[in-house]
Design a protein around this ligand. Sequence first.
Ligand SMILES: *[C@@H]1O[C@H](CO)[C@@H](O)[C@H](O)[C@H]1NC(C)=O
Ligand SMILES: *[C@@H]1O[C@H](CO)[C@@H](O)[C@H](O)[C@H]1NC(C)=O
Ligand SMILES: *[C@@H]1O[C@H](CO)[C@@H](O)[C@H](O)[C@H]1NC(C)=O
Length: 489
Amino acid sequence: MSRSRLPPILRPRLTPRYVVSCVAAVYVVYCWLWGMPLFSSNLPAYSGPHSVGVIDIESPCDGRKTSDVKFKSTGEPAFLLETVLFSLYYPAMKGAKSDKPKHLWVPKPLSVTAEGYAKFAHISNFLTNSIFTVALWGLTGSTTIPANVDVPLRENVPTLKFTEHVEDKPEAGEENFPVIVFSHGMASSRTDYTHFCGELASRGYVVAAIEHRDGSGPGTMIMNVDGTEKPLYHFGLGDLQVDASFDTPELKQAQLDFRQAEIEETVRVLRAVNDGSGATIFEMNPRKEGEHLSSWEGKFDMTNVTIAGHSYGATGALQALKGAPCPERPFHGGLILDPGKSSGPLNHDVDVPILIVHSNSWSKKHSVFFGQPHFTVVKDLVKGVNKRGKAAWFMTSLGTSHPSVTDAPLIEPTLLSWTTGSTIDVYDGVGVYVNVTEEFMLYQKAHKRMGLLALDVTHSEYDSHDNGTQEMPQAYQRFWQIHVAPDSA
Ligand SMILES: *[C@@H]1O[C@H](CO)[C@@H](O)[C@H](O)[C@H]1NC(C)=O
Ligand SMILES: *[C@@H]1O[C@H](CO)[C@@H](O)[C@H](O)[C@H]1NC(C)=O
Ligand SMILES: *[C@@H]1O[C@H](CO)[C@@H](O)[C@H](O)[C@H]1NC(C)=O
């Protein structure tokens, strides 16, 4: 039989894509035959004093549109907010058991995420989509998130740390849970930072991890109140009806504007729950979670919310701080992790306390950012906030790499340290972020500088040779370099 009569997918073409697909396929079959797990270290339990609950909330948004750009294929608007989706992590009632199964780390249907990743890699076709689906299933298919689904919220009064250190203790029962709204990076989803979010919930914080539908993620399922659902895949300029003047920076700005609208809608939903409309939010939630929301009136501190983000999400969080605090964005603090190097300019107009943390690889790799070193831009931004009289910090977490705060290193430690050069123990990697976040939350609450945040600058520039600084208390030596702190502004 002549070669040309074979169906196209069986005709070997030695393109890099074909080779990668074959290698992936062989690896999957190999592991399957030998009964080896491909990935799948399970996610660890949370270490804080509270057990952790999680619910997925999807809520309709009155068709808010942030840009007129349309999809080529359907003519539908690309930046129309039909619903907003987030996972809410919270301190749960002690001993509460859930009758619902744990959430999967890669939400169902898996093929949406898999096809999204294939589109990302520009190799989407029937064969590669199937390979990606099988591979993703093999890699992570059975990994679940260890939070209890839809259990009651803890009664009240969170963190021990607060009561120890706050001088004017609030009246018993007056306190409510501090809220963090978290925005993910490029090629991510709401389930990529579950350990970071769950760990904070176990220490008394409520964390809303948004799933952005701006086309920057692999794939996401939009579910409407009437039960209809439709997938949205990763999209780029080529998928949009735009003229030549609409370039990549314009697309990024459109995506950031859409992300900001989703952040505001998340705040709106949380506020509705806090104002006593939890029952309605539950009824309108196509994901059918939140059966206890009706009793969560007044449980959140919606006056002082913290906005947090990683990478693209960090750029978005900075953008969301422009003009904050304001009613749509009641943010009194910003936690900015690895602010984007290619997601557009960083907003400097910030008038609330912020903490910017760079992973080691983010500081180490010199990048030119709008004509200046990225590191310098970030440093100037933080100094500017201090000049305005708001406390701001900039530091590097040693030994970490860009994905250290995500779940990826916990699920696949070896692969990640290989490909990203992180040297820190994977649990410490997330742990340093959680610890410093808690100290930052305490600062916002009590205006007290604790722990790492009480220290002064150790390295005004990042020093790649200094992997452990004697000037610091021992608990921090191996982990941190501080580039800007409030006193030194
Ligand atoms: C985080 O804080 C806890 C409690 O203070 C401490 O035991 C732990 O070692 C810290 N983790 C890291 C990685 O610094
Ligand atoms: C909210 O933030 C403001 C400004 O940072 C602060 O003065 C106030 O004490 C905070 N309120 C609560 C309840 O934490
Ligand atoms: C720094 O690295 C050197 C060699 O790589 C090692 O011997 C030393 O223990 C490290 N210091 C700290 C504080 O980790």
